[in-house]
Design a binder for this molecule. Structure first.
Ligand SMILES: NC(=O)c1ccc[n+]([C@@H]2O[C@H](COP(=O)([O-])OP(=O)(O)OC[C@H]3O[C@@H](n4cnc5c(N)ncnc54)[C@H](O)[C@@H]3O)[C@@H](O)[C@H]2O)c1
Length: 352
């Protein structure tokens, strides 16, 4: 009997080359996964967190989920090492993803996971924008010019094709310049400008506002948010409480999860400045139509996602399917035969 086990390996370049940086594809996968979870079709156990340094929060998290109807179980293994950029000049986040089928329980894919993880963040912002931003929005303003901000710009442009102006304000002008250099070739029909670290100039009067910073400070002011604006909050504490207080609707990826974290809405909840009744709903309620999205051109709307790892797994499945169909990746042999079938096993056994 054939006891070989294989899976497919996909590097980030394999996934990119197969066209997986496709927000339309990831939005469809995310929307379907929200519905599947709502219908009880997703197994989603608690994540496992291992923190190696309480002060710096260097950690590796293990986040599994299973799509029962699709018969695929996946796990994201993600490292966050906040000191990396300053200390070593390297990225602070890296991830890999494993997918297994659940008919025999064998692995089917092993892939680079940072792309998927960042795509999920942008995708959830785009999905929220689909229901909550003005469909005729033309301007987008960013506070923060890092990895999430860049992916968010591609995601928002996909969700709102009418976007044609982008302003970006960051901590350093060099980060803004890098944002311009990297994003202008990708989105030639969007006028992208830096504001020389002037955060107000970046977001004041923008139709869509995104904060995606590593700061822990109330950077975004309520006075800068015009009627009709849609705000996607990506980072931790990045806006003053008055922003959420001024908004007509607050929507989360999952309010119960948001509540127990550390970003602005969570802080407000813990400080008694926000209650369950202030939350309009979770994104899935807009997707299935049980709650309305934007109802008027004048509403200010706040969206906060902290991340639901089953959405990462759903996006990884879509990426795996596209990359496999494109013939990308490499065959990874896990085993040729079972342990005691190896003809030369006796030469390999050590009994020291
Ligand atoms: N919501 C989610 O699901 C999710 C997922 C991943 C990351 N995040 C969070 O998103 C945030 C951004 O992540 P990233 O990967 O883009 O980080 P990054 O390090 O690539 O970029 C951080 C950006 O923050 C800006 N910044 C920091 N302090 C600032 C200040 N005082 N004023 C203006 N700008 C300031 C920097 O200039 C930089 O452009 C982080 O807080 C991260 O934890 C959220």
């Amino acid at each position: 009997m054939d006891h070989e086990i294989h899976c497919q390996y996909f590097s980030q370049e394999d996934l990119l080359g197969a066209g997986c940086l496709d927000i339309g594809m990831t939005m469809r996968a995310a929307e379907e996964s929200l519905k599947a979870f709502h219908e009880g079709d997703v197994m989603f156990p608690e994540k496992i967190v291992q923190i190696f340094n309480d002060e710096t929060q260097e950690r590796i998290n293990c986040l599994p989920a299973t799509f029962k109807t699709q018969k695929i179980c996946g796990v994201k293994w993600v490292s966050v090492f906040p000191p990396n950029p300053v200390k070593y000049g390297i990225q602070n986040l890296s991830a890999v993803i494993i997918l297994s089928e659940i008919e025999h329980g064998f692995p089917i894919a092993f892939m680079e996971g940072t792309l998927c993880s960042n795509l999920r963040v942008g995708t959830m912002g785009a999905l929220a924008a689909k229901y909550l931003a003005r469909p005729d929005a033309e301007s987008i303003g960013f506070i923060g010019a890092g990895e999430q901000a860049k992916m968010h710009l591609i995601a928002m442009k996909t969700a709102i094709p009418s976007l044609k102006q982008c302003r970006v304000g960051a901590k350093l002008e060099s980060e803004e310049q890098q944002f311009l250099d990297e994003m202008r070739p990708i989105l030639p029909d969007v006028e992208i400008v830096g504001t020389g670290t002037d955060l107000q100039a970046a977001v004041a009067d923008a139709d869509v506002i995104v904060t995606a910073t590593s700061a822990q400070a109330p950077l975004l002011k309520a006075a800068w948010m015009k009627p009709g604006a849609f705000y996607s909050h990506v980072g931790g504490w990045e806006d003053e409480y008055a922003v959420a207080e001024k908004c007509d609707k607050i929507v989360c990826d999952d309010w119960e999860t948001v509540k127990h974290r550390t970003q602005t809405l969570s802080r407000m909840y813990k400080d008694g400045a926000l209650s369950d009744a202030d939350i309009h709903g979770n994104l899935v309620e807009l997707v299935i139509g049980s709650k309305p999205g934007r109802e008027t051109d004048q509403e200010r709307i706040y969206f906060n996602a902290v991340g639901l790892a089953y959405v990462d797994v759903a996006i990884a499945i879509a990426m795996y399917e596209r990359a496999s169909a494109a013939g990308m990746g490499q065959d990874l042999k896990i085993q040729h035969e079972m342990i005691f079938e190896h003809a030369h096993l006796r030469d390999w056994v050590r009994m020291s």
